[in-house]
Design a protein around this ligand. Structure first.
Ligand code: HEM
Length: 495
């Protein structure tokens, strides 16, 4: 009896050792393994990126491992290691892990969570080219954004100085920028289907409770069978299938009206491209297209909306900065309200450019980026990261690295201004990621944020809600998949 007990205990110990303590490779990066089943999760607070940054600085170095649940992951915590992995060794780091939560509605298609195989890279390359052809970062697109910025200014005027939560107003403008590029149309702000579509996009990650359930189920998909996760899972799926329906309807209309010699938007261009490929040999087929459309809306709406919402939180908290930015924009573009700021004014707006760069730095929107996965064994910094390892980029840590930024937690636009008053762009600012899977919408987002904010700051004094006892918090926000500000109201007083 004793012998069989001992054998049982030994087997159990060996089993635990094998699954728990054995490193994936003898040269695997050191780090936090936490406790069985949950891994390091119980040791992570609301801001996981800050905890990991602290561990990496105090003990493990920039390339460290963290076990999330039962999954071994590597987190890169400085610019050098991220550059080495994502740019220099890009092909080895270009895949994404498969997540049941996502594949249950996407079948693996779309941009953000697709594996990094050749068919996907071909689609990514095509999208970059098409989006540029339709003017991303160029004049044509700038005109569309400027028109929408003017509408936003009119919407702000209609508020008549009343304290309002403007998130949906900003999201409608930004959603319409995506709609004009992807679907070649602009929706009426009161269009019920469009409002519902936007609301669903903003719902997923903007609500703290939903965000925490979704994050848990990313690591523990089995939780979906247990309440309250079961309900959150069902809502998440129902809402995504509803989105699929919205996009399918738009694509049907495009199919009926397609002129192959004159593609007018992303969907048209994709439909034309589909004719050149077999559905089996490529990702150019209808199911893939629907998911691409959804991902462009998802990737492009909440991100830019939240950046503009963060900017206004900062303007309210720092009225002196707001005044300086207003003066600089008026000096560069002329006092008349009809004289619109445009992208060519950039060089004359060093403080405004510094403000935006500081915003991207302090309020890093995707603090841990989007998960990557290795496609083969890779070597960085003397460590081995085996094939199929999940790799995260701690963008927050790069943006708060004291070796690059003095007093990194302080919001200070002057750190980006040189002695001659000129703006200093920094390649160590990586809010959109870098390399093989960097943001497809970077140029679009940069143009949007610049033009919308320049128009707002030129036309309005952004003030706090007089009824609220506290100013909206610029040092704390909702941290789900994205880091976004808490809901707040503001007064937009016309200048
Ligand atoms: C301020 C706004 C934005 C920020 C901060 C942002 C940030 C990011 C980041 C950090 C990534 C992951 C990079 C990586 O994995 O290495 C990403 C990916 C992506 N973004 Fe953005 N983004 C923004 C706006 C946009 C816009 C406007 C669009 C759409 C037009 C967009 C579409 C995408 C797509 C499709 C991907 C996935 C690319 C891939 O996996 O190949 N994003 N973004």
């Amino acid at each position: 009896y004793i012998t069989s007990c001992l054998t049982g205990v030994c087997t159990l110990v060996l089993f635990v050792y094998y699954y728990w303590w054995k490193l994936p490779h003898p040269r695997y990066p050191p780090g936090v393994r936490g406790i069985p089943v949950l891994g390091a999760l119980p040791f992570l607070g609301k801001f996981a990126h800050k905890d990991i940054m602290r561990w990496s600085r105090e003990k493990y170095g920039p390339i460290m491992s963290v076990r999330f649940g039962q999954k071994d992951s590597v987190v890169l915590n400085d610019y050098e290691s991220i550059y080495e992995a994502m740019v220099k060794q890009g092909p080895a780091f270009r895949s994404r892990p498969t997540m049941k939560l996502i594949t249950s509605y996407s079948n693996g298609y779309g941009f953000g969570f697709a594996e990094g195989h050749t068919k996907y890279m071909e689609l990514r390359h095509f999208t970059f080219k098409i989006l540029r052809g339709f003017g991303i970062g160029g004049r044509y697109l700038e005109d569309r954004i400027s028109d929408l910025a003017q509408e936003l200014v009119q919407d702000f005027k209609k508020l008549d100085g009343k304290a309002t939560d403007v998130r949906m107003i900003v999201a409608t403008t930004i959603g319409n920028v995506i709609a004009s590029i992807v679907l070649g149309k602009k929706y009426h702000p009161k269009d019920k289907d469009f409002q519902r579509h936007l609301q669903l996009i903003l719902n997923n990650f903007g609500n703290e409770e939903t965000a925490s359930y979704i994050l848990c189920m990313m690591y523990f998909p089995s939780l979906r069978h247990i309440p309250p996760f079961k309900n959150a899972w069902k809502t998440f799926m129902d809402e995504h299938f509803e989105q699929l329906g919205f996009c399918r309807k738009e694509i049907e209309e495009h199919k009926n009206n397609l002129n192959v010699n004159d593609p007018k938007d992303f969907v048209d261009a994709f439909l034309v491209e589909m004719k050149k490929h077999s559905p089996e040999g490529s990702w150019f087929h209808e199911e893939s297209l629907i998911l691409c459309v959804i991902d462009l809306f998802f990737g492009g709406t909440e991100t830019s909306t939240s950046t503009v919402m963060w900017a206004m939180v900062v303007l309210i908290n720092f009225p002196q900065i707001q005044e300086k930015l207003h003066k600089e924009i008026v000096n560069a573009t002329g006092a008349l309200s009809e004289a619109l700021p445009n992208l060519d004014h950039r060089n004359e707006l060093p403080l405004f450019q510094a403000f935006i760069q500081e915003l991207y730095r302090c309020m890093t929107l995707a603090p841990l980026g989007v998960q990557h996965q290795t496609t083969k064994d890779a070597d960085i910094g003397g460590y081995c990261i085996p094939k199929d390892t999940v790799v995260l980029t701690n963008i927050h840590a790069v943006h708060h690295d004291p070796k690059i930024w003095k007093n990194p937690s302080e919001f200070n636009i002057y750190r980006h201004i040189d002695q001659d008053g000129k703006f200093i762009p920094s390649r160590k600012m990586i809010p959109f990621g870098i390399g093989c899977r960097s943001c497809l919408g970077e140029k679009l987002a940069r143009s949007e944020v610049f033009l919308l904010l320049a128009n707002i700051i030129k036309g309005f004094d952004i003030l706090p809600d007089p009824e609220s006892k506290e100013l909206p918090d610029y040092k704390d926000g909702i941290n789900g998949f994205l880091y976004v500000p808490y809901d707040y109201k503001l007064v937009a007083k016309p200048r």
